[in-house]
Design a protein around this ligand. Structure first.
Ligand code: PHE
Length: 447
């Protein structure tokens, strides 16, 4: 069985796939707008601290569990602990999270496709601001249109996963990630020449702690999980296709740094455009779908910038969605002994159908609310504020206490790595779990 399991061709292939998973809507859409609504610099500082103290150590732990077990998100806990270990609950939670997250992530992926087509049809540079601002509402007003793009996005995702780890995921991330980096680099150079560039730099990197709120800190922490694809087995599953002897610390560091750099650069590009036109950076979720598109109409070369920008976001969203589907497919394929194409199509279809509820929560089902939240918001909240942090806590505790010292010795082998092994171990054992549980506790008390 073991030698049949797919493996990445080399370390680069893994780094690209894992970065592809990490870099997604979280970096390009969510990070800029939550940084914007939380006042910029001070939030960015807290976010960086969360990545370093919580995100990075848990990333190492999660990758290790996958790598050493060479198994899917549920069975990996059994292989490393014992048959039917209660820790496999973390795996079940991961499966549920992947299923739920992809169902609504793909809806937003669909919006991006819709906007990319509009960009290709030159509908940004040539239209009035009012008209461009209405694009998102026009899309929402048509259930058919939202569903069409949601299914289109799921078909693309399923198509890649159906071809397997090497011929699907590896092949496509190798193509999409370099293009993504080039587009972003081009946009960065472009924004460097905009009048708002310096102001954007100041906004993101000057620390005005008076702007910081407890909620902002909690948001930064939750986002550290989401953006590194932690807490639901995506990194665990990708880690399980790594060779057992491959060294983790440097590889994990590369992924974490790339993810962070892309988020910061994306914020810089977006806010340069925003500040060049004296627009409010606090637009929230609409930043990418209303504020920015209007500005595309006003900047030189706006048509091309719009095409490049939405393509960039589409690629990023796709490689993340692929990792979400892979969690479910890898589990199903291995536990039911079915072939990959069949499994990918069945799982992809099931998730797409679940996503119909999220898609329709912007129109037909907009009145269906649970605790004041639409179906889309409910799924987003349940996953990013409860399931991911709790799943991450369980994986961190499993790595820190069950696998413990022996595991960290296997991970941190060289002299300079050894210096940090106690830090990484205790971040997993105590710091990350306490921070997460503290945050969830605080939310429950204050809400
Ligand atoms: N990390 C992805 C992003 O930033 C989202 C994601 C979360 C992907 C969890 C896989 C698993 O958009």
């Amino acid at each position: 069985m073991m030698q049949n399991r797919a493996h990445w061709t080399n370390r680069l292939a893994f780094v690209l796939a894992a970065s592809g998973s990490a870099i997604g809507l979280g970096n390009l859409w969510k990070f800029p707008y939550i940084a914007g609504t939380n006042g910029g610099g001070a939030f960015v500082l807290v976010y960086l601290a969360c990545i370093a103290i919580i995100g990075f150590p848990v990333l190492i732990g999660e990758l290790f569990v996958g790598q050493q077990s060479q198994k899917n998100v549920v069975q990996s806990f059994e292989v490393l602990h014992r048959h039917r270990t209660p820790w496999r609950i973390a795996g079940w939670m991961g499966l549920v999270s992947a299923f739920l997250i992809l169902s609504f992530y793909s809806v937003v992926g669909g919006w991006i496709l819709d906007f990319e087509v509009r960009a290709l049809l030159n509908q940004f540079a040539t239209r009035s601001g009012e008209e461009i601002k209405s694009y998102l509402d026009t899309l929402f007003a048509s259930p058919f249109r939202v569903l069409f793009w949601h299914f289109a996005f799921m078909v693309l995702t399923t198509g890649i996963v159906a071809n397997g780890v090497k011929k699907g995921i590896e092949r496509w991330t190798k193509i999409l990630m370099p293009i993504l980096s080039l587009i972003l680099l081009g946009l960065l150079i472009y924004s460097f020449f905009l009048s708002g560039f310096n102001q954007a730099l100041g906004f993101l990197f000057s620390w005005d702690t008076s702007q910081l709120t407890v909620d902002g800190v909690l948001e930064a922490m939750g986002h550290a999980f989401f953006t590194l694809s932690l807490g639901m087995g995506a990194m665990l599953t990708y880690g399980s296709y790594l060779d057992k002897n491959e060294s983790l610390p440097r590889t994990a560091l590369t992924v974490a740094v790339m993810d962070t750099v892309i988020a910061l650069v994306s914020g810089l590009v977006i806010f340069s455009i925003v500040f060049s036109h004296g627009v409010d950076p606090q637009a929230g979720p609409e930043l990418m779908f209303k504020t920015l598109p209007v500005l595309f109409a006003q900047i030189p070369g706006g048509t091309f910038i719009a095409i490049a920008f939405f393509l960039l976001v589409a690629f990023a969203a796709l490689t993340s969605a692929v990792s979400l589907l892979e969690v479910v497919v890898a589990y199903w394929e291995e536990t039911h002994n079915k072939n990959r194409t069949y499994t990918a199509i069945i799982c992809g279809m099931a998730i797409a159908i679940l996503g119909v509820f999220s898609a329709l929560s912007f129109n037909v089902l907009s009145n269906v609310k649970v605790g004041g939240l639409t179906i889309f918001d409910l799924l987003d909240t349940i996953t990013s504020q409860a399931l991911l942090p709790l799943g991450g806590t369980l994986i961190a505790l499993f790595f820190g206490w069950v696998l413990g010292k022996r595991a960290i010795e296997m991970v941190m082998k060289t002299g300079s790595e050894k210096t940090f092994s106690a830090v990484i171990l205790w971040c997993n054992r105590a710091i990350a779990p306490l921070a997460i549980l503290g945050a969830i506790g605080y939310k429950l008390i204050t809400s």
